[in-house]
Every structure is written in C-alpha cells, then in structure tokens.
Design a binder for this molecule. Structure first.
Ligand code: MGD
Ligand code: MGD
Ligand code: MO
Length: 708
C-alpha cells in the first residue's frame, strides 16, 4: 500500500442506481479511496483502488493485497484516467448523426429529445415489422454482472427483440470441454506453481493473462518446463523452454499423436483410466490411427518432437495444460478442445495439486442468474442471431423480418466481427436505425443515428466474477458519471420509461441487482454478502483447499467419467471419439492467416482510440516466414497487400521467421478508421461457425500477400 494509505478512508457502501457519493466527499481536499476492479474482458479481473480528491478521481492503482493480481495493473488500464475517463474523445452527451453513415459526424442533442426519437422509431419498427426486427448487439465491453447483462437483457426481452447468440468467445471451448469432462472445472491458477510441466496450448498468457504468467515463471524456478504450442512465435512462445509450431487447426491430430505415444509406450495411468474414464479401448483404437509419422505430416512438426512432447508430458508429475481461447476460432475448434481435454485423464494428472488443465474459472460463480438477466423472459422470443454473423444478418435479403434497428453497447462489431466488409455494408444501410452506447466514437458508433454516453467503470456500481480466478469482486462508484453519461442500466431504465413500460423489473436499482445476484444457497457463494464485498472489495469463493476437481473422478458427464467416447457428441452428429477434422483450404489463397490478440496495449478493440496506446503498440505488421516472403520478392519492412476474396489490408511485412511457413499473422484490435487502408484484419476473416457452440472461425482465413 502507498504511504499514508492507512490514514485514508474507504467508501463503505455502494450506491443505488446512479453513483451517489458519500457525505463528506465534497470537503476541500477530501480524499477517498474506493475499491473497484477492472471490467475488461480478460481473465485477470484486477482489483484496483481509486483515489478521489473532492469527488474527482485522481489515481487508479492495483490493490497490492489481491492474491493473484498483486497490485499490478497492465498497460491497457494503468492509465485509465487520462486515456479513457478524462480523454478528450470521450462522449459526454447524446449525439445525433449529421453526416452520412460512417462519416462519424454528429451534433449534440438533449437526452429527452434523443430518447423520445429513439423510442418512437423503435415503436414504429415494432408496429410495422414486429419486434424481432430489432437486434441488440453487446458483448464483454464490461465483464460486470450489472452493466453487462441485467436491465438490457430484460428490456429486449420485454420488447420481444431478436435474441443475440453471444458465442464469439468461450463457447466452442466450453462445448469441447463439456463433451469430455461434463464440467468446466479445472485447477486454480495459483496452483500452477506446483506443476512440473506446463503445456501452454494455443494461449498467450504473457499478454492475455499477465498475472498468471509470473506464477508459471515461479513454477519454472521450482523445476517446471514450459512448452508452448502455437503456430506463431507469441510473446509467451519467446519465453518458453520449447516452442512447437504446428499448422493451425491441426492440434487434435497432435493430441491424438501424443495419445498414441502415451498408450503404446504404456505411459498412461492404468488405475485412473480404469476407474474414471469411459471408452479407453475405443480411444486406443483411434489413437492407433495417429502414429507420430502421420501426425508429423498433418501438423508439419518433426516426428521426434511429437514423441518427445508426449513422453515428457506424460512422465512429468504433475503436468498441466493451459488453454484459453485462441484455438477456438476454427471450424474444428470444439473438437480440438474435446480431444486435448482427454490427455490429463489419460495420464492421471488430475490426481495431483496443480495437475490437469487450467482453462476458465467461470463455473466458480454460480450467481442467481435468474434474478439478473432473467433468461426465462428472453426464452420466449424465437428468433436468434449469432453475433459472429452480424454482416450476414444485416445484409441477407432472405431474412424476414429484416433487421431494422440495431442497438449496440459493450461491443464494437465494426472492429471485432469477422467479414468486416459485409458488416460495414450492413451498417451503411440507410434503412437501418442504429443506436450505440459507448465511451468513445468507435468504428461502430461512426455509423450510428444516435450515440449515447456510457459511464466508465470508475463511475458505476457493479459485481464482477472472473474467468481466470476464484475471486468475486465489487466495483464501487468512485465518482459521479462525467458529463451526461450514464451507466448502461440507467440508459435502459430511461428508454423503458420513454417507451411507456411500467414493469418493475425494468427499473430495479443497480444495488438491488447486485444483491439479487448474490441471493443463492450455493455452497461456493456462502457468506458472500453485499456488505462483506463492499468492505473487503474481493472475496474468494469457497473452493475446497487443495482444489482437485477430478482427483476422484466425479466428472459431470452422463456417465460420471471422463468420456473418451461420448454418446452426447454422437447424438449431435459428431464423431463420438476424439478426432482431427481438417479445415478447408483454398488453392487461390495459400497462406493461413491467424489474427490473434497479440496487442499489449488494446483489449480487443478497447483503448484503440487512445493515441498513446497506438503509439506504444507501434504500427501493425503482417508477420511472415522468409520461405513465404522470398519467393514473393518481399523483404522485411516492405509495404505489402494482404488479400483474399473478401478484401485487403495494406501494411508492412515483418519477415523475422516468427511464424511458421505457410502461416501469416496480423494483430486483431486496431480500428479500421485509424489505419491507412481503412480496413483492419477482420476484413479478411471468414464468418463461418465452429463445429459446436456457435463460435467463429476467424483463424481459418486464407490469404495471399504481394508487394505493392
Ligand atoms: N493484451 C490483451 N489481452 C487480452 C485480450 C487482448 O485483446 N489484448 N483479449 C482478451 C480476450 S477477449 C481473450 S478471449 C483472451 C484470449 O487469450 P488467448 O487465447 O491467450 O489469446 P489469443 O490471442 O486469442 O490466442 C492465443 C494464441 O492461440 C494461437 N492459435 C490460434 N490458432 C491456433 C491453433 O489452431 N493452434 C494453436 N496451437 N494455437 C493457435 C494464436 O497464434 C495465439 O498466439 O485474451 C484476453 N486478454
Ligand atoms: N480477427 C479476430 N477477431 C476477433 C478475435 C480474434 O482473436 N481475432 N477475438 C474475438 C473475441 S475472443 C472477442 S471476446 C471479441 C471481443 O469483442 P468486443 O466485446 O466487442 O470487444 P471490444 O472491441 O473491446 O468492444 C467493447 C466495447 O465496449 C465498450 N464498453 C466498455 N465498457 C462499457 C460500458 O460500461 N458501457 C458501454 N455501453 N460500453 C462499454 C468499449 O468502449 C468498446 O467499444 O472479439 C472477437 N474478434
Ligand atoms: Mo474473448
């Protein structure tokens, strides 16, 4: 804690609805320290403390007492005050479009006029085309329970708007893990220090999960080996003891090759397999189809590397696989997760503290969801649209009724949705009424008819779970929302009122929503009250210590075992056994483009407005191998065109062999409007879906590159 901290006071309770500052805050030089938590869509959910002076936030620092995030805020958020809260580009008032769609020209209007017009236009659409012609579009701009999924969901359910399938992240991996384990449970991140072999598979924790990476380094100091499997030499791969670079979307074949070596070499845990798994004989037969030499041909790896990987993984006690989301974004994404998830059961790694698999922690927070997003209200609406395919939904002439109104908040689809050209085409439609609620004029907001000002995390009350650790956190408002900005919940209250709705569930206060979310008898959340959170800021859920979710089996599958053979997959028309399914190739475009989240200074597209973040990030490049660059006459630093049937990007080539041959990479997160060619990487990505879970297949993009 910084000097003098003990003399300062923490705000003791939160506020209902709009932020209300505690009495005494407007004293000259009154200094308050308010507990909060970063709301970014990141596994770390860092606890922070906001210092305010005379009611104005003056400093945001990490909470040094948080066991996982330990007082360190990352590059994306350590400057949140100057780069977001007080940034000159912040939207502070409602705005109405004055220019053409996409120009980003607006005039200031009053809340009353703006809301009256929005309500009238939505009503007109409901009367003429029916409520499903209205589409909400939101994702994880804030991970907060209240500002992320409460009154907004209730409002759209009340209208009967189309439902949005929010599957862009996490759902393909979820389906894969559920098929094998029947539950999302994995080890706790802090237990990774016990591991002796950390296999980071299609994840980039140095950037994407920066507070767990130091624990992995601790494990290394205690004797662990860190191996990364990634076609790209990511920031994490650079720091690994061994980096293997398979071709994208071939990881299920690699895992089957490992199983082949492990089973044939009798390196599996006979006892664990016999007691806690289902279908071992069938798995053995399947793995026999994947001898290392065949797997070498599929993955582009060396035979001996596959054998070495399998043996060292199986012999280490304990070994741990770290997965996240990167590998999901393929047409065979769920099957890759399903297959990889068989490995820790085969080796019995789950028996040891820190052994098994670390994926997401979302299952540790069984909040009273029925009282938050009220899913039973939404379930009444039949039509749902997958957020990954927004471009199609906005342009498909066969869609009846056509989408006539789009209400965007907590997301920036113009940047993050695939097939950007089609998304832009849809957003440009004159007969589409678009409303955006955000902090800044994002590339999506540039197309809006109305932009409304959203309050930032330091200005709202919220409850935050984490998908990377076991701490539940509260975010108390440290200041009143700047200008005329409001929390998302207040926007939906005001709009509901303007539309003449009177149902009390549309107007619940933020504090009541937090309290309702915590109202549950689930043993994990026992004793986690609003009062306790407001006092302590973050509290661990009640997981047993040590936490060994499958040491005694107890899988969540229908059989209660780890299902090497899955009847539920068969029922869905998929291979019941772990399988490698090749993704499509395109002879016109021989290079495989991976556009991962390799930006240190953006969180997806968030913070992409800030000059200082762009500067720190440096110009985006396309990384390519010299074996692909040289025949094309391309040298390091050349200006090139990366193109396919969907569009093109112009940027500089980085020929440093950081990617494997036949693969190129471009970072995701940059805004098209800030780049010279006015297109960001999603102009090149496909908008197909993953095999299960409705995830995207971004990383199956096929492109070619030429010098310009
Ligand atoms: N700095 C920063 N941190 C972030 C984010 C950010 O934008 N910036 N975004 C947040 C979000 S929303 C998420 S979901 C997480 C994601 O966290 P991660 O999953 O760790 O990150 P990604 O960049 O999506 O993907 C990780 C790696 O997967 C690799 N990959 C892609 N396809 C394959 C494949 O077929 N096989 C293998 N083996 N590897 C593959 C990519 O090359 C990439 O290096 O990060 C979060 N944290
Ligand atoms: N090519 C490619 N595309 C990808 C990915 C990839 O790896 N490659 N990754 C995918 C993944 S994993 C994800 S999760 C998605 C991320 O997609 P999104 O969740 O859309 O992520 P962001 O781009 O960060 O957009 C969040 C927006 O919410 C706004 N926001 C933040 N807080 C609030 C608030 O309180 N109120 C309101 N109204 N707005 C707020 C932010 O300013 C920002 O504009 O992108 C996907 N797209
Ligand atoms: Mo994500």
């Amino acid at each position: 804690m910084p000097d003098g901290a003990s003399r300062r006071e923490f705000i003791k309770t939160g506020a209902a609805g709009l932020a209300v500052l505690p009495a005494g805050c407007n004293h000259a030089n009154a200094e308050m320290r308010v507990r909060g938590v970063c709301a970014h869509d990141c596994p770390d959910a860092c606890a922070w403390i906001v210092t305010t002076r005379d009611g104005k936030p003056v400093e945001v620092e990490g909470d040094p007492d948080h066991p996982l995030t330990r007082g360190v805020l990352c590059e994306k958020k350590s400057t949140v005050l100057q780069d977001l809260v007080f940034h000159p580009d912040r939207v502070l008032y409602p705005l109405r479009r004055t220019g053409a769609k996409g120009d980003g020209k607006f005039e200031r209007v009053g809340w009353e006029d703006a809301l009256a017009d929005v309500a009238a236009r939505l009503q007109k659409i409901i009367d003429k085309d029916g409520p499903t012609a209205i589409l909400p579009y939101s994702y994880a701009g804030t991970e907060g329970v209240v500002q992320g999924r409460s009154l907004d969901r209730r409002f759209f359910a009340r209208i009967g708007a189309s439902r949005l399938q929010r599957d862009v992240c996490g759902s393909a991996g979820y389906e894969g893990l559920m098929a094998t384990n029947g539950s999302f449970a994995g080890i706790l991140p802090e237990d990774i220090i016990h591991s002796k072999f950390i296999l980071i598979w299609g994840a980039n924790p140095v950037l994407s999960n920066p507070h767990v990476w130091p624990l992995m380094e601790d494990a290394r100091r205690r004797g662990a080996r860190i191996v990364v499997i990634d076609p790209i030499r990511s920031a994490t791969a650079e720091r690994a003891d061994l980096h293997l670079q398979p071709l994208p979307a071939t990881d299920a074949a690699l895992a089957l090759g490992m199983m082949n070596v492990i089973i044939e070499g009798k390196l599996f845990d006979r006892d664990y397999v016999a007691k806690h798994t289902l279908g071992f004989d069938k798995l053995r037969a399947r793995a026999r189809e994947y001898p290392p030499e065949r797997v070498a041909g599929i993955t582009g790896l060396e035979r001996q590397d596959i054998v070495h990987l399998a043996e060292s993984y199986a012999k280490a006690r304990p070994s741990t696989i770290r997965t996240l989301v990167g590998m999901e974004h393929h047409a065979n994404g769920a099957m890759m997760f399903r297959t990889i998830a068989c490995l820790p059961a085969l080796t019995g790694a789950w028996k040891y503290q820190g052994g098994g698999m670390l994926h997401m922690a979302a299952h540790l927070f069984p909040l009273n969801e029925a009282a938050v997003s009220m899913p039973e209200l939404e379930a009444k609406t039949a039509r749902s649209i997958n957020m990954v395919q927004l471009g199609r939904a906005l342009t498909d002439p066969k869609l009846k009724p056509a989408v006539r109104a789009l209400v965007v908040y907590n997301s920036n689809p113009a940047t993050i949705a695939p097939n950007q050209g089609l998304v832009f085409q849809g957003l440009r439609r004159e007969d589409l009424f678009t409303v955006v609620l955000d902090h800044v004029i994002t590339d999506t907001a540039r197309f809006a008819d109305y932009v409304f000002p959203a309050a930032t995390q330091v200005e709202v009350l919220d409850l935050l779970t984490s998908w990377g650790h076991q701490y539940l956190s509260i975010n108390l408002p440290a200041a009143a929302p700047a200008g005329e900005s409001v929390p998302n919940t207040e926007f939906f209250r005001r709009l509901a009122r303007k539309m003449g709705f009177t149902e009390p569930y549309l107007f619940e206060s933020d504090e009541d929503i937090v309290r309702a979310a915590l109202k549950t008898d689930h043993p994990l959340l026992k004793g986690l009250t609003y009062e306790r959170l407001a006092k302590e800021g973050w509290v661990s859920v009640r997981v047993p210590s040590p936490y060994l979710p499958y040491a005694e089996g107890k899988f969540g599958t229908p059989s209660g075992k780890c299902e090497f053979y899955s009847e539920s997959l068969r029922a869905k028309g998929l291979d019941p056994l772990p399988a490698h399914v090749a993704v499509h190739t395109d002879s016109r475009f021989p290079l495989h483009l991976v556009s991962s989240k390799s930006t240190r200074n953006f969180l997806n597209s968030s913070m992409g407005h800030a000059e200082s973040h762009m500067k720190a990030e440096g110009e985006p490049t396309v990384r390519m191998h010299s074996r692909d660059a040289t025949p094309r006459g391309i040298r390091d630093g050349d200006l090139v065109r990366v193109f396919n049937q969907r569009g093109e990007m112009r940027l500089r080539a980085e020929v440093k062999d950081g990617v494997r041959p036949r693969v190129v990479s471009i970072p995701q997160g940059w805004w098209a409007s800030r780049l010279k060619g006015k297109a960001s990487v999603n102009v090149l990505t496909p908008d197909g879906l993953s095999d299960l879970g409705g995830g995207g297949d971004f990383h199956d993009a096929k492109v070619d590159v030429e010098k310009v």
